[in-house]
Design a protein around this ligand. Structure first.
Ligand SMILES: Nc1ncnc2c1ncn2[C@@H]1O[C@H](COP(=O)(O)OP(=O)(O)OP(=O)(O)O)[C@@H](O)[C@H]1O
Length: 367
C-alpha cells in the first residue's frame, strides 16, 4: 500500500465495508442525541453522526471518557432514542419501532459489558440460559443449546460454577455465551475487556475474533483503548465530544491518523517506556530534541530506511522504541526516534521523509 492509498482512506460516514457485504448491518444517518430540555439546560451528547457498520466485520468505536460511546451504542438497541436522524439496524429504523418490535430486535442483538452483568445467584449454565428462558424457549431446547455455547467459549467444565467461583476472564466468557444464546446477528461490546488484565484481555479478544469468523457475527465494540481496536477491529471510528472525527480501515487510521484525538489515543498505545512518556512536552525549550514516530508498512516496510536516516542526520539520531506488529493481518512497524529540534536538522529529516515516502508523526519534544 502506498502512502497515498493510506491517506485516501474513507471519510467519516463513508461505507467502509471492503471485503465484507456492502449492505451495512448498522447505519447512523445524521444522528444527534440531546439529553434534557432543548436550549439551555440540555446537553448534546451526539451530533451529526453518519457512520456505517459493515456486515460481518468487527468495528471499533474509540474515544475518551464522556465522548458519547455508550450513548451511541445504546441507540443501536433502542435503549436511547435519537433526537435527530435515523439509526438503522439490518434495514430497520430503530426509532420507528414499538415496544414489541423493539423486544424482537433486542433478541437479535447480543451485548457484553465491562462488569459482565451476570446474576450471582445463577450458575454459568443458568446465566447463559436466561435470555432463552425469557424468550419462552422450551427447557429441552435450552439444555441442548447452552452446553455447546459453554464449550464454544471454553467453559464446558464450568457449567455448574457460580460467578463468584470464576475469574474475570471466565465471567466474560459466560457473558459472551449468554450474548450468543439467542443467535444474534449483531454483538455489541461495551468496554468488555476494560476490567481485565492484559493477558486475559488478549484471550477474550481472540475469542471475539474467532466468534466473528466462525459465526460470521457482526461485532460493534466501544472502547477507550487503541490496543483493543488494533488487535481485533478491521474498521474504526474515532469519536470526540459527540462527533465522529475520523473513520476507516484500522490499518489506515493507525498508519496515518488525521485527527489530534486519534494521535493522542495512538500515542497511549505506543508502549513507550514510562520515563519517556512522562517526559514528552508539546512545546519545545531551547536544546530540546524532537520525538518522532516513523511508520513502516507496505513498500516502506522493506526498505532499509532507518540506516539511511541515521546517515542523513549523523550520529544525532537516538532510537528509543519500536517494533513490528500486525494490524488487520498486515505487518506494521513503528520506530520512535529523537533528534535535535534545530530547524536545519528538522528540515533535513523532513526532506528525507518526503523523498522516501516515509510516514511520520511528531509526538512532541524531550530534553
Ligand atoms: N441520561 C443522561 N442525561 C444527561 N446527560 C447524559 C446522559 N447520559 C449520558 N450523558 C452525557 O453524555 C455524554 C456522553 O456520555 P457517554 O456515557 O455516552 O460517554 P462515554 O464515551 O461512553 O463515556 P465513558 O467511557 O466514561 O462511559 C457525557 O457528558 C454524559 O454526561
Amino acid at each position: 500500500m502506498t502512502i497515498q492509498q493510506a491517506a485516501a482512506r474513507t471519510a467519516p460516514g463513508a461505507d467502509h465495508s471492503a471485503g465484507v457485504s456492502a449492505v451495512p448491518m448498522v447505519a447512523f444517518e445524521g444522528v444527534g442525541k440531546r439529553f434534557g430540555p432543548a436550549g439551555e439546560g440540555g446537553f448534546t451528547a451526539l451530533a451529526d453522526i453518519d457512520l456505517t457498520v459493515a456486515r460481518g466485520a468487527i468495528t471499533g468505536i474509540i474515544g475518551r471518557s464522556g465522548a458519547g460511546k455508550s450513548t451511541l451504542i445504546r441507540l443501536v438497541n433502542g435503549l436511547e432514542k435519537a433526537t435527530t436522524g435515523k439509526v438503522i439496524v439490518d434495514g430497520i429504523e430503530v426509532g420507528g419501532l414499538g415496544e414489541d418490535s423493539l423486544r424482537g430486535l433486542r433478541r437479535q442483538i447480543g451485548m457484553i459489558f465491562q462488569h459482565f452483568n451476570l446474576l450471582s445467584s445463577r450458575t454459568a449454565f443458568d446465566n447463559v440460559a436466561l435470555p432463552l428462558e425469557i424468550a419462552g424457549v422450551d427447557k429441552a431446547v435450552i439444555k441442548a443449546k447452552v452446553g455447546p455455547l459453554l464449550d464454544l467459549v471454553g467453559l464446558g467444565d464450568k457449567a455448574n460454577r457460580y460467578p463468584s467461583e470464576l475469574s474475570g476472564g471466565q465471567k466474560q466468557r459466560v457473558g459472551i455465551a449468554r450474548a450468543l444464546a439467542t443467535d444474534p446477528k449483531l454483538l455489541l461490546s461495551d468496554e468488555a475487556t476494560s476490567a481485565l488484565d492484559p493477558e486475559t484481555t488478549q484471550s477474550i479478544l481472540e475469542l471475539l475474533k474467532r466468534i466473528n469468523a466462525e459465526l460470521n457475527l457482526t461485532v460493534l465494540l466501544i472502547t477507550h483503548e487503541m490496543e483493543v481496536v488494533k488487535t481485533i477491529a478491521s474498521h474504526v471510528a474515532v469519536i470526540d465530544a459527540g462527533r465522529i472525527v475520523e473513520s476507516g480501515r484500522t490499518f489506515d487510521v493507525y498508519a496515518n491518523p488525521s485527527h489530534e484525538t486519534t494521535r493522542t489515543l495512538l500515542a497511549s498505545a505506543l508502549n513507550l517506556p514510562e520515563w519517556l512518556r512522562n517526559s514528552i512536552k508539546q512545546v519545545p525549550s531551547a536544546g530540546d530534541r524532537v520525538l518522532v514516530r516513523l511508520v513502516f508498512f507496505g513498500e516502506t516496510a522493506f526498505k532499509p530506511l532507518t540506516g539511511r536516516l541515521v546517515a542523513e542526520l549523523g550520529s544525532d539520531v537516538n532510537i528509543l522504541a519500536g517494533g513490528i506488529e500486525e494490524i488487520g493481518g498486515e505487518p506494521f512497524g513503528s520506530l520512535v526516534v529523537s533528534y535535535s529540534a534545530d530547524p536545519a536538522v528538522v528540515a533535513r529529516a523532513e526532506q528525507f521523509y518526503a523523498e522516501t515516502g516515509l510516514t511520520t508523526e511528531v509526538l512532541g519534544y524531550v530534553a
